[in-house]
Design a protein around this ligand. Structure first.
Ligand SMILES: CCC/C=C/C(=O)SCCNC(=O)CCNC(=O)[C@H](O)C(C)(C)COP(=O)([O-])OP(=O)([O-])OC[C@H]1O[C@@H](n2cnc3c(N)ncnc32)[C@H](O)[C@@H]1OP(=O)([O-])[O-]
Ligand SMILES: NC(=O)C1=CN([C@@H]2O[C@H](COP(=O)(O)OP(=O)(O)OC[C@H]3O[C@@H](n4cnc5c(N)ncnc54)[C@H](OP(=O)(O)O)[C@@H]3O)[C@@H](O)[C@H]2O)C=CC1
Length: 270
């Protein structure tokens, strides 16, 4: 595992789920982290946990939809740590609804958080990297339905696809500044946010699990580990890509023939 000592990262939505696991992972590798979100309490909890483990963290409230609030958060991170080496665009909003019932405001809420929020944070952080003449790495968390689409989440799927296009565009445009941009596409990952938005009932969980060839949810920590890999110098030649970690879900389930026999192996939890 590569040390990230002396590095400083920002993680949006860093108070819960995948964002919190990522912040803790980066801190465990020696990095300083600024966690950003709307609610102060979960952010403080993660920052306190980082400090308890001997690291340094800043909790800063901001709604990623608000460019001025994002600027203030990035300034606070620069003031505190003197540098920014990377950003994790993890904040998201989601709910399942038939597209024909989605209100203009429901569409706007999700697209604003996922697409505009990612742009607000990406542009604010990249400008600091360019001004201070430092290389950087930006990782955005998307979902595989960015390319497959998914009924019931038209707002999120469209916004995540926009994030992929943004990532590919900027990977080429900002390569001259040595700023790398990549995406991670996790499959169903055990978090409170996704659990309540997408698989609240046992039958929903069962249906989700049946769609994953590896037959388990991802752990937030294993997704955080992959985000850490893309941020680190081990990925120094990787830019403009999406790393998919979905247990095979986006490849599709068996359709033809009777169900294949298993040998009774059960998934190992992460
Ligand atoms: C593989 C899976 C991939 C997983 C991906 C993930 O992202 S998991 C991560 C999951 N984590 C999270 O999602 C965590 C963060 N999530 C959130 O903050 C909220 O869920 C949010 C996205 C609605 C934004 O909140 P906000 O305070 O900015 O907005 P607000 O409350 O004011 O609502 C705005 C509009 O949306 C409407 N609306 C809302 N719900 C529903 C619904 N179920 N049905 C229909 N409509 C709904 C609401 O009625 C209103 O429209 P209206 O009535 O004015 O026309
Ligand atoms: N869990 C899963 O199965 C999958 C998740 N993903 C992606 O992973 C990422 C993390 O999801 P997950 O950890 O599951 O979900 P969570 O709901 O736990 O995380 C979402 C985080 O985003 C923050 N957030 C939401 N809206 C805003 C906003 N407007 N401004 C700032 N922060 C905001 C929330 O904090 P607060 O409410 O305090 O602002 C929360 O900490 C998301 O991008 C999601 O789309 C992708 C595929 C699968």
């Amino acid at each position: 595992m590569e040390s990230l000592a002396d590095r400083a990262y920002l993680v949006t939505g860093g108070g819960t789920g995948i964002g919190a696991a990522t912040a803790l992972h980066l801190a465990a590798l020696g990095a300083s982290v600024t966690v950003i979100g709307r609610r102060e309490e979960p952010l403080k909890k993660i920052a306190d946990e980082v400090r308890r483990q001997g690291g340094d963290a800043l909790a800063h409230t901001a709604d990623v939809r608000d460019p001025a609030a994002v600027e203030a958060a990035v300034d606070a991170a620069m003031d505190r740590f003197g540098r920014i080496d990377g950003l994790v665009n993890n904040a998201a909003g989601n709910f399942v609804t038939p597209a024909e019932k989605l209100s203009p405001n429901g569409w706007r809420a999700v697209v604003d958080i996922v697409l505009n929020g990612t742009w607000n944070c990406t542009s604010a952080v990249a400008r600091r990297m360019i001004e201070t003449n430092r290389p950087g790495s930006i990782v955005s968390v998307i979902a595989t339905y960015a390319w497959t689409g998914h009924p019931g989440t038209v707002h999120s799927a469209a916004a995540k696809a926009g994030v992929v296009a943004m990532t590919r565009t900027l990977a080429v445009e900002w390569a001259r500044y040595d700023i790398r941009l990549n995406c991670v596409a996790p499959g169903p990952t055990e978090t409170e946010g996704a659990g309540s938005a997408l698989w609240a009932e046992q039958e929903d969980r069962d249906r989700v699990l049946a769609s994953v060839p590896l037959r388990r949810f991802a752990g937030a920590a294993e997704v955080g580990d992959l985000i850490g890999l893309l941020l680190s110098d081990r990925a120094a030649y990787i830019t403009g890509t999406t790393l998919t970690a979905d247990g095979g879900q986006s490849l599709g389930a068996q359709i033809y023939g009777p169900p294949l026999e298993t040998n009774g192996a059960s998934p190992s939890p992460r």
